[in-house]
Design a protein around this ligand. Structure first.
Ligand code: FAD
Length: 434
């Protein structure tokens, strides 16, 4: 069958939109297929948008994109059951345009991005699921959708279908996603008056705060929590590895984890009075570098969460999604211009471009982190407890001299982890993030 399109993009999240936009803008005939009712209806994110990745695709996006607040302060908290110890980084420089990070609401953002894709000339079909890839030998030549006469043909198919890509699995491009390589996250959007948010977080009309958390809130599982300020709402969520939920001795469900987190004495006053308007759960591919599958082949490319492109250490996903989408699009554009077809060899430059970008460089840097964290739950339990207790001991003024307090803190560390354990943990951590 002759190709009806230069490219078909499956999925209208940030990776699919970045890819479809870049190709359509370059004059390629692009079809984008999304199973949701509209782009954004099926998508979940915290959500922090990293400006740089989008700027490289739509330089003037700030003019009309639905942005909530630019981030002027990042807090990183370690929590035990009753307290937190943390760092806060706030700078007036973050409050000067052009801003580097924003909170967004994905349902609105994805709709906006999709409108740009269509303005650039791509055709979008929603409420349509791609069930299979159509093969001609070992070459992908199109997709089969769940519609009558649902076979569509194209030179290239880009899989931007998100985490747990069933299409790639069915086609044998990669195996079943492993439970230890994927986190299950739940989040709520809590509505609060704008004034209340400004007062509670000490921010202006447009500026906001990000809080990332580790410790007791994940009930001994490998995971993190977050709290972000939107214009008139807060997003609060927590995510842990799926394998840890399966083996958790307390059988804690994600919902219970979030409810407990909301009751933590450090968090409850910040969200008090918030009216819950949205609750959702979603997977995040967190296997990192070692879990990235083959990402191109004869007539196909994989982008975004579908390829496992998430930097869990820095809570980055949407920027990797947009960048991989853009790089895949540029590869297809170059392949078309060369006129040499769309076999794996012609699409191979995609991998080289990925390797050359921050995407693979960052994932490579943290390649051992998922395994180290998995094998050492003390980083999510013992250490937040120890640090919180040490801080409390040192700042409590109770007539005990500071030298004795220091001795007490060190003795407590040594008793809990022993000297060899402490040195070993420091080495493991250094190795995992070096
Ligand atoms: P998705 O956004 O998942 O889009 C895939 C699309 O494909 C969906 O719209 C889906 O409906 C469609 N689709 C799937 N299968 C088919 C099919 N067969 N046929 C047709 N359509 C199909 N990243 C950040 O950068 N910052 C954050 O703050 C952040 N926080 C997060 C918090 C949570 C709770 C979660 C779950 C993720 C977070 N991420 C964050 C990660 C980020 O959301 C993802 O990396 C990003 O959404 C990936 O984009 P994508 O386009 O690859 O996939």
């Amino acid at each position: 069958k002759p190709s009806q399109f230069d490219a078909i993009v499956v999925g209208a999240g940030p990776s699919g939109n970045a890819c479809a936009y870049t190709m359509a803008k370059a004059g390629l005939k692009v079809l984008q297929i999304e199973r949701g009712e509209y782009p954004g209806s099926k998508n979940v994110q915290g959500a922090i948008l990293y400006a740089k990745a989008l700027e490289e695709i739509i330089p003037d996006f700030r003019e009309d994109a639905p942005l909530e607040r630019h981030i002027i302060e990042q807090r990183m908290w370690m929590l035990d059951d009753s307290s937190f110890v943390g760092t806060h980084i706030r700078s007036a420089d973050y409050d000067k345009p052009p801003y580097n990070r924003y909170t967004i609401i994905r349902a609105q953002f994805d709709k906006w991005f999709s409108a740009k894709v269509r303005e650039a000339g791509a055709l979008l079909i929603c409420e349509t699921t791609v069930n299979h890839l159509i093969m001609d030998g070992d070459q992908v030549v199109g997709v089969q959708c769940d519609r009558e006469q649902g076979d569509v043909y194209a030179d290239v198919v880009v899989l931007a279908d998100g985490v747990n890509s069933t299409l790639a699995r069915k086609a044998g491009f990669h195996g079943e996603i492993k439970a230890q390589n994927v986190a299950l996250a739940v989040k709520e959007i809590l509505f609060l008056p704008e004034d209340t948010i400004r007062q509670r977080f000490n921010v202006g009309e447009e500026s906001g705060v990000v809080i990332e958390m580790v410790g007791r809130i994940t009930d001994g599982m490998m995971g993190t929590g977050f709290l972000y300020t939107n214009k008139e709402s807060l997003t609060i969520g927590v995510g842990c590895m799926l394998s840890d939920f399966k083996s958790n001795p307390n059988r804690t469900s994600p919902y219970v984890l979030l409810e407990n987190m909301k009751r933590h004495p450090a968090i409850a006053p910040l969200i008090e009075g918030g009216e819950m308007k949205e609750y959702c759960a979603h997977l995040i591919p967190e296997g990192g570098f070692n879990a990235i599958p083959q990402v191109y082949g004869n007539g196909w490319l994989i982008v975004g969460d579908s390829g496992g492109f998430v930097n869990a250490a820095h809570r980055e996903g949407s920027n990797l999604a947009m960048t991989t989408g853009r790089l895949a699009a540029e590869t297809v554009i170059a392949a078309k211009a060369s006129g040499k077809g769309f076999h794996a060899n012609a699409l191979k430059p995609y991998k080289a471009a990925l390797d050359d970008s921050f995407v693979m460089k960052d994932l490579r840097k943290y390649r051992d982190l998922p395994t180290v964290m998995h094998k050492n739950p003390q980083f999510f339990t013992t250490y937040p407890d120890l640090v919180a207790q040490a801080a409390r001991t040192m700042i409590t003024v109770d007539g005990v001299d500071k030298k004795s307090k220091e001795r007490e803190v060190f003795a407590h560390f040594r008793k809990t982890r022993k000297l060899t354990g402490l040195v070993g943990d420091a080495y493991k951590l250094w190795k995992a993030i070096r």
